[in-house]
Every structure is written in C-alpha cells, then in structure tokens.
Design a protein around this ligand. Sequence first.
Ligand SMILES: Cc1cc2nc3c(=O)[nH]c(=O)nc-3n(C[C@H](O)[C@H](O)[C@H](O)COP(=O)(O)OP(=O)(O)OC[C@H]3O[C@@H](n4cnc5c(N)ncnc54)[C@H](O)[C@@H]3O)c2cc1C
Length: 540
Amino acid sequence: MAQRRLKFWGWGFEGEGPDPAATKKIAASLARRFELNDAPVIAPPTLDELDLPAPRVQRPGALEKILSDDPHERARHSFGRSYRDIVRAFRRDFARAPDWVAFPQDEGEVSAVLDWAGSNDVAVIPFGGGSSVVGGVESAVAGGYAGVVSLDVTRLDRVLEVDRTSRAARIQAGMYGPALEDALRPHGLTLRHFPQSFEFSTLGGWLATRAGGHFATRYTHIDDFCESMRVVTPQGVSESRRLPGSGAGPSHDRLFLGSEGAFGVITEAWMRLQDRPTYRSNASVVFPGFEQAVEATRALSQSGLEPSNCRLLDPGEAASSAGGDGKSALLVLAFESADHALDAWMQRAVEICRAHGADVPDDAVRTRTDAGASREGAAGAWRNSFVGAPYARDALVAASFISETFETAIPWDRFPDFHANVTAAVRAAIDRVCGQGTLTCRFTHVYPDGPAPYYTIIAPSRAGAELEHWDEIKQAAGDAVIENGGTITHHHAVGRDHRPWYDRQRTDVFAKAIRGVKRQLDPAGILNPGVLVDPERGGK
Ligand SMILES: Cc1cc2nc3c(=O)[nH]c(=O)nc-3n(C[C@H](O)[C@H](O)[C@H](O)COP(=O)(O)OP(=O)(O)OC[C@H]3O[C@@H](n4cnc5c(N)ncnc54)[C@H](O)[C@@H]3O)c2cc1C
C-alpha cells in the first residue's frame, strides 16, 4: 500500500478533509450566514504550480543521506499551520522554502547537521509536526543567512524504555501523538496529553512550545509531565536527571521547556505517565448566561475537585460548536480516574453549578466505565467539532474567510474587565476591517487563580486582502491582551508572530538573561533565528 503523505498546504493527510464539493458547501453556508451574494472558492495549490528556488547552499557529501531537496518536503516545511500560513500556501507563496530538509535518524546526525550549519552560516529550524500557529517553523527567516535547513525530527520516533514502577517512559522527541499513545497502550499507560493538534504534532514540539493539552485543570501544560529531557545544542548535549522533584537551583528542564528550538534540538524526554482511566463521569451543563457560568467555573476551579475537563463555552461558541441556542453558555465537565468511581465528585460539581443558576437535569450526567461517556450529547457534539475544526478551517481559507484564534490567561479578579475590553477592541477591528464577523470565547484551561480564555474569530475577507485584514485584527487583539494585563499566549507559544507583544510582556532583565543563554548555547546564532530573541551574529 502506498504511504500516506501529509499535505504540504493544509491540515492532515492528502485526500483527507473537505473535498471541492464539500468546500463549496461550507463556503455557501457561510455566505448565507453573513448574507453575502456568494463566496468564491480558491483551489488548493498543487506541487507543479510552485516555483521553488534552487538550494542556495551545497549539500556536503557527508550529509547526502540526511538532507533532502524533495519539492514536496521543501514546500511542507516552509510554514506552520496558522491562518497566515494556510493563506500564504493558497497564494502559492513558497519563494522562501527551506534550501534543504534534514531527516536525522539519531543524535549523531542531529549534531552533524548543527556542526555543518554552524560552520556555513546556515540557519536551522527544528521541526516536529509543523503545527505551529505562531510562525515558529517559518523558513523565511531574517538575518541574511547563507541558507536555511528545516531539521525534521520525526525519524526519532520510538519509545525507548518504560519504567512501570515509577510510571514513566523515555520517549524520542519526533513521535507523533497517536504513535506515542499506541506504543504506551500495551503497558496500560498513557501520557494523556491531547492538544487539538494531537494527530499531527510531536512530543518534541509540545515540550518546545509548552503545549496545553487534555486536562483543563491541574496538569494543563506538557511541562507537568516532563521528568527529564535530553537536548542536543551546538555546544554539546544537555541532559537533566530523572527526578520526581528537585530544588537544586533554577530548574534544568524549565530552561528548555518553551525554548522553541532556539537553544537546541530536544531529542528525547522521560515523561510521567498515567494509568489508563477506567472510570469516567461527564456532564454538559447549560447556564442561562455567560456571567453566571464564569462564576460557577471559578467556584469549580477553587473547589479542589480538579475535573479533567472544565471547558466553558460562551453562548456564541456553544451555538456554533455544540448546538446551543445562542443565549445559553455551556460547560463541558468531566472527571476521569483509573482508581475510583467519580459519582461523589460529579455530584458536588453539579451542586456548585446549580448554586450558580444552572439547570442540570439528572440525565445530563453520564457515568461510564469506557470512553463513550465523552462522545454523547452536547459534549460529544463539541468534541466532534473540536476534532473537525482544523479541516474546516482550510475550507474557510479557500473561501477567503478569516478563521483564526488567539488565547491568553488572566486572574479571575481582572477577567470581567479584561474580557469586556478585549472583545470591544477586537470587535471594533473586525467591523472596521471586514464589516462584520463573529468573535466567540471559551475557557480551555482553568486555574484556582484564573481562566485561560481562547477567542475564535470568523469574518468574511476578500481574496488577496486576507493577510492585511488578519494582521490588523491580530494587532488589535495583541495590543488589547497586553494592555489589559494578560499574557500574549497561554499555550500557543511565542514564535515570530507574538514577538512584538512578548517583548512588551517581559522585562529587559529577563530578555538579557535569555540572550545570554542563547549566546552560550548557540554562539553562531543559527538555531531558529527570530523566535524568543534575535540572535547576535558578530556584526552580520
Ligand atoms: C489546528 C491546531 C490546533 C492546535 N491545538 C493546540 C492545542 O490544543 N494546544 C496547544 O498547546 N497547541 C495547539 N496548537 C499549536 C501546536 O500544535 C503546538 O504548538 C504544538 O506543540 C507544536 O508541536 P509540533 O510537533 O507540531 O511542533 P512544530 O510546529 O514543528 O514546532 C513548534 C516549535 O517547536 C520547535 N520544535 C519542534 N520540535 C522540536 C524539537 N525536537 N526540539 C527543539 N525544538 C523543537 C520548533 O522549532 C518551533 O519553534 C494547535 C495548532 C493547530 C494548527
């Protein structure tokens, strides 16, 4: 059977996602929703339409088997998967594709690529699944490098050891989510880190971006599951000890968690695992309004119950992704355990919701001992929409609709003003730029001291004007988030796209410390230039 290839321009494997007829149907339904006469559809690019420039640097004989100039791979490694990336792909804009794509099979080959690149002024972009939504794997880097290599780690793709006693495994960084879970399943273990991009993102990418996963409370970021990490830097290998906890100075792993490929290439990590859950309890809780739902979610986050899912959808989001009536907010609530039944936890959570005005009929709660509980009712509808959304977005891009998200976090006491100000600023930008559009909000993760709000924008744009339109809306969103005290990202990372606001969020002292680390680990400034900091390159 022929091997499936990932699309070079959009989400998933070739042949998956909406076909031309389905794309037209989606476009027509959006045109009706926004009362437009029509929504013309642009066909996705094909490889023979691309005009890829010839590699600017010679491939040395020693790296012949590692460096590829296969056009499909060069095109696929040109961008991540943000809205801007997909629009540029639809514009057939691959003029700055990487010169080569490296596929190292072991750490020795990773080092060999870094050595060659360091001596030849070639920028190296570590690349996992390429699902970055912040310009993190962009090959069009500034700085006048002699060439650019995208270093794809997905051939480092095995679970190397399992420690059943401590419930941990040593896992290579290039494993995609599904393969990683498949390898752990025979041991009865799971990482349970399920970002929306799970299918097409890797362990190394999650660690390098501090990704946010499945658990809405407690273990929200991949950080919480990382026991130790091994990183190949241009200055040698850094490896931390496997420890359940350590107070020995600043955290070794924290230096590399969120380092976004700017300090080194993560090659493997020991990850803390869970027993596979066998008890599940799940409820879809409807609130008459968003404010009451927010208060209930705060009470839940501070109750110590620690639900595995606690995703609050505002009325707009509940309507578009879970069949809501457009007025009610929806809380998707779940508990899971491999050890004990969860009725008492769910009962108390429902009491809290009822005390905040939710009408929770007894049949809204489903308790099961298999995975089915989360796939039924409004929660199931939301889950299906969540999994299908990245495919649908490609269709929206084809029809010149803006479809993008931004996410942040803020303490509870500031949330009401923050939310009011951010939504006002972004709505004004949408109206100014596109004339109309929708802005919805959900909480992806919640903490005892605050939520992580996640905003989704859908707005009609115009073929050829999408990037300019999006950039103006994104500018308004980033400014409003930073000016109102939020973080420019809760889990999507900084990349290149968030740099202007990240630079405002951090202090100069901290920026200097990051620059110092970069200078020590990557003195030639070749690793992912432009993310987190600008490399210092000796006058170049
Ligand atoms: C549809 C969609 C849904 C998403 N949902 C979520 C979500 O739920 N939660 C979330 O947190 N994010 C989400 N993201 C963003 C993205 O999936 C995450 O940032 C993810 O962690 C990236 O993993 P990746 O393997 O694709 O990394 P890539 O995109 O390949 O790389 C991301 C960054 O990490 C660096 N990097 C990658 N691998 C390594 C390595 N081995 N060593 C050093 N640096 C490396 C890259 O240089 C880059 O800076 C979503 C993206 C999309 C398109």
